[in-house]
Design a protein around this ligand. Structure first.
Ligand SMILES: C[S@@+](CC[C@H](N)C(=O)[O-])C[C@H]1O[C@@H](n2cnc3c(N)ncnc32)[C@H](O)[C@@H]1O
Length: 514
């Protein structure tokens, strides 16, 4: 606990532990809406195969044009510039690469796993017979194995940082034991492929399946989905403040009103003293478009990015799909027990469904694109195809923004809706953010950019009060929320809103019957 606590030294959060609730974070001091609670770097991240030709492996920029520079060794990663390509080799000077700090692939500049280390293993990924999301997770497992290799090297700052990262990752909750039988078999099959790739690449130590499965268990239950975003790249301090205010007002106020929580509306109506003590001073300076990158890639030019309303949090693609399905399929007050018992059995098949329509990969044209999204175990017989091949770049949708976004979208009537039409482009794991518990009525939200995430208070938070974020679309009906949390995060939510909702649901049913 001592070392873990140090992860939060420079933040407004303190890690606590309770025998009943496990680890959780509380406010170190009073926070106002808009205050930054903490910033966490990206620990692991990977793109879905179909997006790799659009997203620079080094700086994580999403580009409109298909990237021209590909690693000749593995043929699995693409770069937006020679500088970005060079940055992945040890000893290079990363200072001129991409947006400020974006070369820090793992958010730990000195522990970025050199691409040369991973390249021979990635070279085998082209023949993988697993689905896109699984391949994405395998890529993150490989990065972690790379960090483990760095951690085993001779003492140096790099070694120390890698050891710290690996050590902290190992204490994240691992839900591998809760995988359904079918899912477990799927993962074992995918991990067997990874082991074979490691053997062929002469990896120094080949972990057993029993050692690899918990890594997957931690990654899938702690990672966020990444989404295309047009505009967040230029996030300014004012944008962040506005987002915090929008989120608090437009997202939670209607929810609170709908639930008629006593006193809650007042609590959820921050005074927006966003520039108050500890507010703006603490806000980070997000990297803006960087001349070195934009001068090379037209897609990185600020003029190419259209500002869009901020969007809401979603963990990853299959969660978005479930959200959409459950919204339409499920009555708001369905029995949660029924939902959950069904959900566990259906988890694998739900995940196997192809993403909903909406924003598609710019290269994807109809059914061909859908092929890459299936993670059905049977479908794994077909190699993962890359829809970017042979497509016309001129028909791409514009998308010059960041990979990740996490703020609400407003409908025409100004009521927040969820970006469920968005398709995930990959996954990302933030170490510190993994210690925030979920609430369906959270007091913080996560603003993400390619180099990391910033947790921001959405309302005044008293010293010692628990800090929570939402892992899902908290505007879903309770049954759907519970289903998504159980299915994707392996727990049953005990937040105050769910407890309240259960009582409300049963009393409404009673009232209907009566
Ligand atoms: C990302 S971790 C959060 C930190 C976690 N408490 C820990 O000790 O590592 C997510 C896990 O925390 C627990 N958790 C988070 N939010 C919860 C909630 N609202 N209700 C019940 N359990 C929750 C669940 O065990 C879940 O799998």
């Amino acid at each position: 606990m001592q070392d873990l606590a140090a992860l939060f030294d420079k933040s407004a959060a303190v890690l606590q532990h309770s025998l009943v609730g496990g680890r959780y974070l509380v406010a170190k001091h009073h926070l106002e809406a808009g205050d930054v609670v903490l910033q966490c770097p990206v620990l692991l991240t990977a793109q879905l195969p179909s997006w790799r030709k659009r997203i620079c492996y080094a700086c994580h920029r999403m580009c409109q044009a298909r990237l021209a520079l590909r690693c000749k060794g593995c043929e699995q990663v693409w770069f937006c510039s020679p500088a970005c390509q060079d940055s992945t080799t040890p000893g290079s000077d990363p200072s001129h690469v991409g947006p400020e700090g974006a070369h820090k692939l793992n958010g730990l500049s000195d522990t970025q796993v050199p691409h040369q280390l991973l390249c021979p293993v990635l070279a085998r990924f082209g023949s993988a017979k697993c689905g896109a999301d699984m391949l994405c997770v395998l890529g993150m497992v490989l990065q972690l194995l790379g960090l483990q290799q760095l951690a085993g090297q001779a003492p140096s700052e790099t070694q120390q940082r890698a050891s710290a990262a690996v050590g902290a990752f190992e204490v994240l909750q691992d839900h591998a034991a809760e995988l359904g039988k079918r899912e477990r078999l799927e993962w074992l099959s995918a991990l067997t492929f990874l082991r074979q790739a490691l053997v062929k690449a002469c990896w120094p130590e080949i972990p057993s399946l029993d050692e690899l499965l918990p890594l997957v268990g931690r990654i899938i239950s702690n990672s966020f989905g990444t989404y295309p975003d047009r505009g967040a790249q230029d996030s300014t301090e004012d944008d962040l403040l506005t987002q915090a205010a929008d989120k608090a007002d437009n997202v939670y106020q209607p929810l609170v009103s709908a639930l008629s929580l006593p006193n809650a509306a007042a609590q959820m109506s921050p005074q927006h003293s966003l520039h108050g003590p500890g507010g703006s001073q603490l806000l980070p300076q997000f990297p803006s478009a960087e001349p070195s990158c934009s001068s090379i890639s037209p897609a990185c030019q600020p003029g190419m990015q259209q500002r869009q309303p901020p969007r809401a949090l979603l963990p990853h693609a299959c969660r978005a799909n479930i959200a959409e399905e459950t919204r339409s399929d499920l009555p708001a007050e369905s029995s949660c027990q029924d939902m959950l018992s069904g959900s566990l059995q259906q988890r694998a098949s739900q995940r196997a469904r192809k993403p909903s329509t909406g924003l598609q990969h710019p290269d994807v044209a109809g059914p061909k694109g859908a092929q890459t999204q299936s993670i059905d175990v049977k479908a794994k017989c077909a190699p993962t195809t890359d829809p970017a091949d042979g497509m016309d770049d001129g028909k791409q949708q514009g998308s010059g923004g960041l990979l990740v976004s996490e703020s609400p979208v407003l409908d025409a009537d100004n009521f927040p809706r969820h970006p469920r039409s968005e398709t995930s482009v990959g996954r990302v794991l933030f170490l510190q953010a993994s210690f925030f518990n979920h609430s369906c009525h959270p007091n913080c939200y996560v603003h993400r950019n390619p180099t990391g995430a910033t947790i921001i208070a959405m309302q005044p938070i008293a010293v010692g009060q628990e800090l929570t974020i939402s892992y899902i679309d908290e505007q879903l009906p309770q049954a759907a929320r519970m289903l998504a949390l159980q299915r994707d995060f392996f727990f049953r939510c005990n937040c105050s809103r769910c407890s309240f909702g259960l009582r409300e649901g049963s009393s409404r049913r009673k009232a209907k019957r009566g």
